[in-house]
Design a binder for this molecule. Structure first.
Ligand code: PLP
Ligand code: COI
Length: 340
């Protein structure tokens, strides 16, 4: 398979149109079989549910070229089941989980020429999504839906790759208690746009959101969960019903325990504790593990002992083990790696 002529090592996190995408429609209460198509455009009613009331959910995962040249995906079954949870919460039909995985694998295969070669630091990002396509004007779910999967080659989510970033505590909330913070719905990201634009304008890379009810507990960022490391080497990650259950975080907890022999705590994390942690990182499909060097909250500045130049030592071990598993250098737990 001849690869496309792309400067793989220098791409950022952006959209590049690839050759094929998967499309399936839900009509009269059933999904059709779906097709791979070259058409990257969509024509829908001006009154489609997605356009009026934001009825849309999505997923994000990656395809990797392993050291021995295979193309693999990482735990796509977990994306399938989270996608089903997201759909149910927005009163959308569930796309069958086995068909979801099949659609992901087939779309990656059809765009093999865009899967970045091993060792370039780039990967193929896969974006499955679904939206209400039929007209609704009273507030209610659409009757027809479209499920699609496209791919785009990507580099690091944060400019500078593995360099620690600076974040701030946001004045805005991301998710209400008992709201939609735990699902991957477009509306959660629309909510975060003003906060991220103002954060960037003020020189910060991301926002830390606190729990909206008490504003004392750490939730997550706009696109990743938090991992902290205590001074005595324990891995701590916030537990909350209003954050997205990150597949990267769940995997890192296993890596920390079973591969690195570290103690792991998933629990409520008070913002007041953060100043006492030794390391901080953001974890997610796009972020992988991005080290945080500094957190600003109004007049308070927390600088982690790991500093602004290097990843902390435990963050680095977690990063190397996880990416080692994803790229086939380290043996994966049963079922984590699914070959295309
Ligand atoms: N939190 C939010 C808000 C996200 O958008 C993402 C990205 O998917 C994550 C966390 C990380 O989740 P995952 O590791 O499953 O990609
Ligand atoms: C992902 O990590 O897949 C996401 O969806 C995060 C997004 C902000 C790019």
């Amino acid at each position: 398979m001849e690869k496309k002529n792309i400067d793989w090592s220098n791409i950022g996190f952006g959209y590049v149109k690839t050759d094929k995408r998967f499309v399936s429609n839900f009509k009269n209460g059933a999904w059709d079989g779906g097709v791979l198509t070259e058409d990257d455009t969509i024509t829908i009613s001006e009154c489609a549910g997605v356009l009026q009331y934001a009825q849309t959910v999505f997923e994000g995962l990656k395809a990797y070229t392993t050291e021995d040249g295979r193309i693999v995906t990482f735990r796509p079954d977990l994306n399938a089941s989270r996608f089903a949870d997201s759909a149910r919460r927005l009163e959308m039909p569930v796309y069958p989980e086995d068909k979801f995985v099949e659609a992901v694998l087939n779309t990656v295969k059809a765009n093999e020429a865009y899967v970045p070669p091993y060792g370039t630091g780039a990967t193929l990002y896969v974006r499955p999504y679904m939206f209400g396509s039929s007209p609704v004007i009273g507030v209610k779910p659409a009757e027809e839906y479209q499920f699609r999967v496209f791919t785009t080659p990507v580099g690091p989510y944060f400019k500078g790759g593995a360099k620690p970033i600076t974040i701030r505590v946001s004045d805005f909330d991301r998710a209400a208690p008992h709201g939609t913070g735990h699902i991957k719905a477009g509306l959660n990201y629309a909510m975060s746009l003003h906060a991220i634009v103002t954060a960037h304008a003020e020189g910060f890379d991301e926002n830390m959101y606190l729990d909206p009810q008490t504003r004392t507990k750490v939730e997550e960022t706009g696109g990743a969960n938090f991992l902290f490391v205590t001074k005595d080497g324990k891995v701590v990650t916030p537990k909350s019903n209003s954050i997205l259950p990150s597949i990267t975080r769940r995997s890192l907890m296993t890596v920390a325990k079973d591969y690195l022999g570290l103690e792991v705590e998933e629990r409520e994390v008070l913002f007041d504790e953060v100043k006492d942690f030794a390391e901080c990182g953001l974890c997610g499909t796009a972020a992988v593990i991005s080290p945080v060097g500094k957190i600003v909250n109004k007049d308070q500045e927390i600088v982690f002992p790991s500093g602004m130049e290097e990843m902390g030592p435990i963050t680095k071990k977690l990063y190397e083990t996880l990416t080692g598993i994803q790229m086939g250098r380290i043996e994966a737990p049963e079922g984590w790696i699914v070959e295309v």
